[in-house]
Write a protein that binds this ligand. Structure first.
Ligand code: UTP
Length: 291
């Protein structure tokens, strides 16, 4: 029987060096795209996939992330007094039920794999999702919902994948493909950041995963991989052959919001979709494009 997916881990303890100085005193995951911080997009996407319990793996200087999911009593009272009902409702809509979000601390950023291992007590014996909030996906069906649906078909591990330019494989976790039906890819191997000449394909994992709890056993070995970090990809690779392991070509557009150009592109793409902002943004884009 395939166990239902109810838990998500949100690793947010990275240093965000690509986004300095903005991330000197503020978490990268609090950067807003239009008017919502990245972390909120991730939580909303997970909730749309039926996920009910969240664990943020945080580090130093990340308190705003925790506060963001708390009730802001004074702010709410002021909005109520001033009759700002739409703004009040927006805050209410993002509120998680009491106890639905916990945080654990990754004291040192030793890598994504280490961050996930820090959530081991939360994960327990259950399948779990991982969402990297700095990967933002614009899609009609939220990316994590697409992944959860695939997981309900296949069980085991499912990772969201996309094609990347061959000369950029050294930036991503890359799949070695067994079979491919155009949507679901059966995986026979994984390599973290391979040089283009050594990459087994150009299908890359993006920041959305559904994993089995057995991955923790391999993470606990604390083996260092690419960049001398504890790599999630290396631990996942050891599950191949033990449980079904698939890549899902999701439908949607992914933006790397940990990168300045990717972040700016996300602002434009998300703003253009908004009925209240789209026309104004389209007009000023025309102005700058022709300047
Ligand atoms: P990144 O590779 O984007 O690293 O991490 P980073 O430190 O956040 O950013 P740069 O590269 O220095 O600019 C991918 C995800 O894994 C989390 C990050 O918070 C991000 O969501 N992460 C990474 C951790 O939680 N802990 C780590 O030790 C490393």
């Amino acid at each position: 029987m395939i166990k239902p997916l109810r838990k998500a881990v949100l690793p947010v303890a990275g240093l965000g060096t690509r986004f300095l100085p903005a991330t000197k005193a503020m978490a990268k995951e609090m950067l807003p795209v239009v008017d919502k911080p990245l972390i909120q997009y991730a939580v909303e996407e997970a909730r749309a996939a039926g996920i009910e319990q969240f664990c943020m793996v945080t580090g130093r200087g990340k308190t705003a992330l925790v506060e963001h999911f708390d009730i802001a009593f004074e702010l709410e009272a002021t909005l109520r007094e001033r009759g700002k009902t739409a703004e009040l409702q927006a805050l209410r809509d993002q509120q998680l039920p009491p106890g639905a979000i916990v945080t654990v601390r990754q004291q040192e950023p030793l890598g994504l794999g280490h961050a996930i291992w820090c959530a081991r007590a939360f994960i327990g014996d259950d399948p779990f999702a991982i969402l990297l909030p700095d990967d933002l996906v614009l899609a009609d069906t939220p990316c994590m919902k697409q992944l959860a649906d695939a997981y309900a078909e296949t069980g085991g591990c499912v990772v969201a994948v996309t094609e990347v330019p061959h000369d950029q494989t050294n930036r991503y976790g890359i799949l070695d493909i067994d079979s491919d039906d155009g949507r679901l890819v059966s995986v026979k191997g994984l390599v973290e950041k391979p040089k283009p000449e050594l990459a087994p394909s150009n299908l890359s994992i993006i920041g959305r995963y559904v994993l089995v709890p057995e991955v923790l056993r391999y993470l606990s070995c604390m083996e260092r991989g690419a960049g001398n970090e504890v790599q999630l990809t290396d631990a996942m690779a050891r599950l191949i052959g033990q449980v079904p392991f698939h890549g899902l070509r999701y439908e949607g557009t992914r933006f790397d919001c940990g990168d300045k150009a990717g972040f700016l592109e996300a602002q434009i793409a998300f703003a253009l979709k908004r009925p209240d902002l789209g026309p104004a943004v389209r007009a000023f884009l025309r102005k700058y494009a022709t300047a």
